[in-house]
Ligand binder design. Structure first.
Ligand SMILES: *Cc1c(COP(=O)(O)O)cnc(C)c1O
Length: 486
């Protein structure tokens, strides 16, 4: 599959006098009401192109991209599920797009009701009592959650809790968020089956621990069966349990973090609830809390006033951890997630998890004769290979990932988690057809055979992408960020 790279600049296509669109005369003369220093000296340089040139330019540019709308995207931990178009249609409705955050609450009752409805649905799904939808991303949700935990301990005069326990398999944002929230990190090691050793955790619990952060199923796709015991030990030591629910897919309709003993959690709407992410759009990382912690949630929040029968926006509360975002979060992302939840309904949502798990196990069992499976057994929504089984060829996980690009697939997550040297982490999600999964399996098998018979070809991959071997170090140290310097 040979693809070409479209690299024209709109300015290069510009020809003086060409017109694709003309603005109405603005009827605006400078009547000296604009201060002189704010007026520009010369007209802006704008591209002058006809309409077909313009349309072709942006359509061609869009083909440089890879996305879930163009191909299979098995990026482990990132849940690149299909984004239903009805979500976009609802979020781009003019009546939504034209709203202003500072409009009086009585003029935006419907929008506030949608916020409140999603807040209630997420509470139901997570087993929590209340959510804020304000954080802009998963990591932002983690920071919010840890600040809520901080506010809780401060409120109880418990000021010596300066440390947070994080497993070594955790997503990198967990220790980073804890550090940004002012905590130092205590690491617990995973056992050979990828789960946490409760005894090791117990030895690290004392009255300086503010929280234990966990992901379940963890990042190697294994379900931590000891959570109730871990939660009991953490609570006995006075710490709170934080649940990283960035990727809640396998839990939907099956189990709820709140029922397992977690106190605070976040969910990535842009993973679990199908809103576009990566290069495709802004995210949202709502945070939920169990009963007793609601008052620490950030402001603004949306309350329903039963007396007036109106929704109100509460911008200040002395117990609140404070503000974490400019207003009520990425509102259109919230609407897309609400549309997704309502269009699937309870039954549909409960099918997403089992299907995602089935797809992951299908790929795993179809490839484990050729790829090294370090953790045996039934996985949840994702799993990790430790590279190819045959290590004698010198073909690494990086080579396999690059060769997949030649076949039109996005690469899986590579070299994460850090538990193995050659991690290749695959998450197919529930939205892929059996035909797509079979095609992916066939290509992965073909690459394994090619690695045995013609290893240099695999190591030279990608052979057919528009850009072949970028120098990763040069790109990081000395990025060339505009077309002219390419
Ligand atoms: C994606 C992810 C995060 C971070 O989410 P962002 O929206 O990228 O900040 C945190 N934890 C886990 C387990 C994740 O998969």
């Amino acid at each position: 599959m040979n693809r070409t790279f479209y690299s024209s600049l709109i300015m290069d296509l510009s020809r003086a006098g060409r017109r694709g669109y003309a603005l109405d005369d603005h009827g605006f003369e400078n009547d000296n009401s604009i201060p002189g220093h704010l007026l520009r000296d010369s007209a802006p340089i704008l591209p002058q192109v006809d309409e077909p040139t313009l349309v072709r330019h942006y359509t061609n540019l869009s083909t440089n991209n890879f996305g879930v709308d163009t191909g299979f995207y098995p990026l482990g931990s990132c849940t690149m599920k299909y984004n239903p178009k009805i979500n976009e249609e609802i979020a781009s409705d003019r009546r939504i797009a034209a709203l202003h955050p500072c409009q009086p609450a009585e003029t935006v009752q419907g929008a506030l009701r949608a916020y409140d409805r999603l807040q209630h649905l997420l509470s139901e799904i997570g087993g929590m009592t209340r959510f804020t939808l304000n954080p802009y991303a998963g990591a932002h949700g983690e920071l919010t959650g840890l600040m809520i935990i901080h506010a809780y301990h401060d409120d109880h005069g418990d000021l010596k809790r300066t440390r947070v326990i994080v497993p070594d398999s955790a997503h990198g944002t967990n220790p980073a968020s804890a550090a940004v929230a002012g905590y130092s990190i205590v690491e617990v090691k995973s056992r050979h089956d990828g789960t946490i050793d409760p005894e090791d955790l117990k030895s690290k619990l004392d009255d300086t621990i503010a929280a234990v952060m966990m992901t379940n199923p963890n990042t190697v796709g294994m379900f931590e069966k000891n959570i109730p015991e871990i939660a009991r030990m953490a609570h006995e030591a006075g710490a709170l349990m934080y649940y990283d629910g960035a990727n809640l897919n396998p839990m939907l309709g099956v189990a709820r973090p709140g029922d397992m003993g977690f106190d605070v959690m976040h969910i990535n709407l842009h993973k679990t609830f199908s809103t576009p992410h990566g290069g495709g759009g802004p995210g949202a990382g709502p945070v939920g809390v169990r009963a007793g912690l609601e008052k620490y949630l950030p402001c603004p929040r949306v309350d329903f006033n039963t007396v007036s029968g109106m929704y109100e926006v509460v911008t200040d509360d002395k117990n609140s951890m404070g503000h974490i975002s400019s207003w009520l979060g990425n509102y259109t992302v919230e609407l897309k997630a609400l549309a997704y939840i309502l269009s699937l309904g309870g039954q549909g949502l409960a099918q997403a998890g089992p299907l995602a798990i089935l797809n992951a196990n299908y790929i795993k069992d179809s490839l484990s004769d050729l790829y090294l499976l370090p953790i045996e057994g039934r996985c949840k929504h994702e799993f990790v290979f430790d590279g190819l089984k045959d290590k004698s060829t010198g073909v690494t996980t990086l080579h396999v990932a690059k060769r997949l690009l030649d076949h039109g697939f996005h690469a899986p997550t590579i070299y994460f988690p850090l538990l193995f040297h050659e991690s290749l982490m695959i998450e197919p999600t529930e939205t892929e057809s059996p035909e797509t999964l079979d095609r992916f399996i066939a290509v992965m098998r073909e690459i394994a055979l090619e690695a045995a018979n013609d290893p240099d070809k695999v190591k030279d991959a990608p052979l057919y992408t528009p850009v072949r071997h970028p120098d990763d170090t040069e790109a990081a140290v000395n990025p060339r960020l505009n077309y002219r310097s390419l």
